[in-house]
Structures are given as C-alpha cells and as structure tokens.
Design a protein around this ligand. Sequence first.
Ligand code: SAM
Length: 265
Amino acid sequence: MSRDDDRYLLDNRQAEAGTRFDALAELFDPSTFRHFDDLGLAAGWRVWEVGAGGPSVPRRLAERVGPTGRVLATDIDTSWLSDSAVLEVRRHDIGTDPVPAESFDVVHARLVLVHVADRAQALRTMVRALRPGGVLFLEDADPALQPLLCPDESGPEQELANRLRRGFRELLAARGADLGYGRKLPRLLREAGLTDVRADAYFPITSPACAVLEAATVRQVSASLLANGLATEEELTRHLAAVEAGRLDLATSPMISCWGRRPLD
Ligand SMILES: C[S@@+](CC[C@H](N)C(=O)[O-])C[C@H]1O[C@@H](n2cnc3c(N)ncnc32)[C@H](O)[C@@H]1O
C-alpha cells in the first residue's frame, strides 16, 4: 500500500471533520458521561481532555465542573475548539509534548491513542498528569473485536459496505493505528501502576448518527481509498447512495471504556 502522506488520516482541517465530531458526540457522549458520572465528576474538578477534537465533550465537562473547576482541552489541531472562563484550549501532541505543569483529578481521551504513533509515551504523559488518587479514563475503539460495518450482511449493499470498511481499516493500519488497542487498555493501565482498573464496552448496532458518521468518513477518506486501489468511484457512489437512503443498518466498532486510579502517595 502506498502511503500518500503521514498525517492523521481523518484530518480535522477537512470540512467533514465537524460532521464526524457531531456524530461521534451523539453516538458516544451518553456512554462517556455515564462513566464520568460513575467516577463522581463534580463541581471544582480539574479535567484534562486529550485529543478533544470537537467542542461537545470539553463544553459539557466545563458545565459540570463549573466556575470553581477547570478543563484543559488539547489536540494537535484545535480549530474546532474555543476557550471559555473554565475551559482552556491548547495545542499539544500527546505523543511528544511534555506533561502540563499542573495536575488533574481526571485525564480523559476518547478515540485518540489508537492514532498516536508513540502510544506508550502518551500513556506515561497522561499518568504523570494525574494527582495522587486521580483517575485516567481512556476510551478507544477495537475494530478487530467487531469488524463489520453491517453486522447483518444480508445483501450486496451490505457486502460492499463491509468491504469498504476493510479498506478503511487497511488505511488506518498503514498509518500505524493499532486496530486491537481497545482490548489492551486494562492491562496497559495496570502495567502503568494504576489500581482499581475496570473496563466495559459499548457500540450502537444501528442509528441515524451511524449513517451520518459513515457518509462523512467515506467522503473524508475517499481519495485515499481510490489512490490505494481499495475502492472504485462507482462503488463509493453506490455505497454513499445506500447509506444516505437509510437502507443499511450500520454499526460501529466497540468502544472500550477503561479507567484506573493513580495510587495515593
Ligand atoms: C477520532 S477523533 C476523536 C475526537 C474526540 N476525542 C471524540 O471522541 O469525539 C481523534 C482526535 O485525536 C486528535 N489527535 C490525533 N493524534 C493526536 C496526538 N498525537 N495528540 C493529540 N491529539 C491527537 C485528532 O486531531 C482528533 O481531533
């Protein structure tokens, strides 16, 4: 496979990124915030949202921690984020940049580490940013655990959808994404010295937001799929028509949510 460039495949500068962030928020924010609730997120907490992407999670976190709390939202591309009284936005590469000077009650990253080349360094940086007793809360997809876009492969449109999804995963893997990363999180958190490690998984089996996410994702990566011989123009057109007509039950990969606590010193 040719590597057409080394950038993050789903570049935030592309117009479809905003649509993808909205769909991710609709699909996964309820589960993410159920976990934050269980962790006891409350007024006054200091939270670092790593690889924030769109505004949904940082804004909601800022509302929850209130004026006595603080949210730091970082990303390699912060163009979809803006500061508020409680929320500070900063450009930061979790794989290479230093640990922030302050410490946090919780550090959260969703769908970020799977894309980072030096995932081990990123994990160390996030653990070091926790106050003693603070919680690292990581969420990452595990596409290898449930690889199908259409789990009910009932006809040619579903078969094409699943084939294009395999092509998309090849593109991600060629850029160094670990497609079986989600399942490793519990072990990695324990090896990082965290205690009370827990994990669970969630994924929608069908939802209008899955169709919105799929259409935006395909549009965003269509040039790479074509350049690497993973799809033809005709297949992409046919697939997008089926997605947009609502004829397919589209799922996502399982989202593994995993959390663990830094021991008290
Ligand atoms: C799939 S999006 C997920 C966005 C958001 N966390 C969510 O769940 O909706 C991945 C995000 O990670 C960011 N990202 C990729 N590599 C990164 C890195 N090395 N450091 C920080 N952010 C990174 C991307 O810019 C993008 O905003």
